[in-house]
Design a protein around this ligand. Sequence first.
Ligand code: HEC
Length: 101
Amino acid sequence: MRKLWFGLVGSAVLGVSALSGGLAWAQQDPLPEGPGKADIPSGCVSCHGAEVITAQKRTRAEWGDILTRMLGYGAQSDAQQQKAISDYLSKNFGATPETKS
Ligand code: HEC
């Protein structure tokens, strides 16, 4: 019984350190490289952190809705950038309607 308990605590500690390692890495440059990344205006991460973006898995339509909302808040980008941004977001943080819970 004792052994089992230590085993459980041990794996919980391991899990937490793996998670915080991942978060520390994510803070350095949370946005993966790829076409469209340069179009994400720095304004996107001025009101909130990039983790607000990277925590999301959305369909292209949902990203479009979010972008529209962010533009309403005052995010700056032209129509061409908006297309590049939604391409980038749906490629890197995409969810298909099937896999979405
Ligand atoms: C003027 C401030 C501002 C700017 C600029 C801004 N946002 Fe936001 N964003 C917010 C606020 C406030 C919220 C929380 C309220 C909400 O979800 O509508 C939010 C929420 C979000 C969310 C979570 C939405 C959800 O439904 O879970 C995402 C994703 C996001 N922003 C992405 C972006 C992207 C991408 C850009 C750049 C195009 C951007 N934001 C620019 C203020 C801003």
